[in-house]
Design a protein around this ligand. Structure first.
Ligand SMILES: *Cc1c(COP(=O)(O)O)cnc(C)c1O
Length: 364
């Protein structure tokens, strides 16, 4: 069976390096927020073209901490998309603010600026764009809207490690970027991990306090925070995996290019190919079809796994049915949720496996 993810296909040398890095953490006698975390923060900031990086426990926390550090809370509204991992909207709610859901562009499933404009109100404090599936959203247009209104742009980069827009890395357009290093993300840890990057020293300093009970120096708490510390083991493992990320990204692009060039079934539609390859890191390769169950069964019979990202848009999840949204509704998000299917697209796929996926889709 061709899997959606296959950690077993990773090089033996990487495994050895991770074991050695783990051993050195065990032997260091220091396990939470230490030298490994600081080094990873510097390295990740460097890769992202950011001045500051704050390592945290996961991507959900990175979003919440960033919003809290920006002073976003009760009474404030944050415009975002219902076609995302639930964590994006949950983070806004956990910060105490109100998510306002805008519709997506059906061509790429990313936040539609026209719909965002319809969602603006005097209470809007930020627009949170999700670089869904690995493709950078319309940051130029959204940044114009945000500047015009004097509000923040926030980037959910949990799926867009190493993506770029006009030569600038994803995550450098907004007030801060939130990263997830959940194992299946393009850069993944051996457990939960996350980070926030920003060009603001002040925001980074506040975020570092929020992640550690609101502590400034040991046992002094000028504010109320949470516990979202990154541990040394995950940071050390991420440092070992980081040099592989560029090669993995290149392989994801190769696989996606093959899918774009060779998938041709009248019953399967592809999302728009990005205007430039730099804009997409293909965390997921998503197609749409009106016969999803049949396609999924057809692929399964031919040894190809698939998953749905995401079957239920956020506004149709029980705790979120009441959330405010675009006055025109969210028809594109609803249609996408009902028709989307993700094909295997990870760096461990062999050429033969890629061929098998294409043949399976084309025989549908
Ligand atoms: C994975 C993900 C998150 C949450 O990250 P966690 O580390 O799982 O908390 C947030 N947003 C998006 C778009 C994601 O894909």
């Amino acid at each position: 069976m061709i899997q959606m993810n296959d950690f077993g296909s990773e090089p033996a040398q990487l495994r050895e390096e991770m074991v050695a890095a783990s051993r050195s953490v065990f032997e260091s006698g220091w396990y939470v927020l230490g030298k490994q975390v600081e080094s990873f923060e510097q390295e990740w900031a460097g890769v992202c073209g950011a001045d500051h990086c704050v390592g945290v426990a996961n991507g959900l926390d990175a979003l919440e901490i960033g919003m809290r550090a920006l002073g976003i809370g009760p009474g404030d509204e944050v415009i975002t998309t219902p076609m995302t991992a639930f964590a994006t909207v949950l983070a806004v709610l956990r910060a105490g603010a109100t998510p306002v859901l805008a519709d997506i562009d059906p061509a790429n499933a990313i936040l539609d600026p026209e719909s965002v404009i319809r969602c603006l109100s005097p209470r809007t404090k930020a627009i949170a764009v999700v670089h869904l599936y690995g493709q950078v959203g319309p940051v130029d247009t959204l940044l114009d809207v945000a500047r015009d209104r004097g509000i923040h742009l926030i980037e959910d980069c949990a799926q867009s490690h190493l993506a770029a827009f006009d030569g600038k890395p994803a995550g450098t357009f907004g007030a801060f970027a939130a990263w997830s290093f959940y194992p299946t993300k393009n850069l993944g840890a051996m457990g939960d991990a996350g980070a926030l990057t920003t060009s603001s020293a002040e925001l980074a300093e506040t975020a570092a306090m929020v992640r550690n009970y609101g502590q400034s120096v040991r046992y002094y708490h000028p504010m109320l925070g949470m516990n979202s510390r990154l541990d040394e083991l995950q940071a050390a493992l991420l440092r070992v995996r980081l040099p592989y990320l560029e090669g993995w990204t290149a392989r994801r692009r190769e696989i996606a290019a093959a899918y774009h060039e060779r998938i041709e079934s009248p019953r399967v539609r592809l999302l728009a190919r990005p205007a430039k390859p730099e804009r997409h890191v293909h965390h997921l390769f998503v197609v749409t079809t009106d016969e999803r169950e049949a396609l999924q069964a057809h692929l399964r019979d031919r040894g190809v796994s698939s998953l749905i990202h995401y079957p239920v848009p956020v506004h149709q999840q029980d705790p979120c049915r009441h959330l405010p949204r675009d006055p025109k509704g969210l028809p594109n998000a609803e249609r996408h949720a009902a028709t989307c299917l993700s094909l295997p697209c990870h760096p461990g796929l062999s050429d033969e496996a890629v061929h098998q996926v294409i043949a399976a889709v084309n025989s549908f």
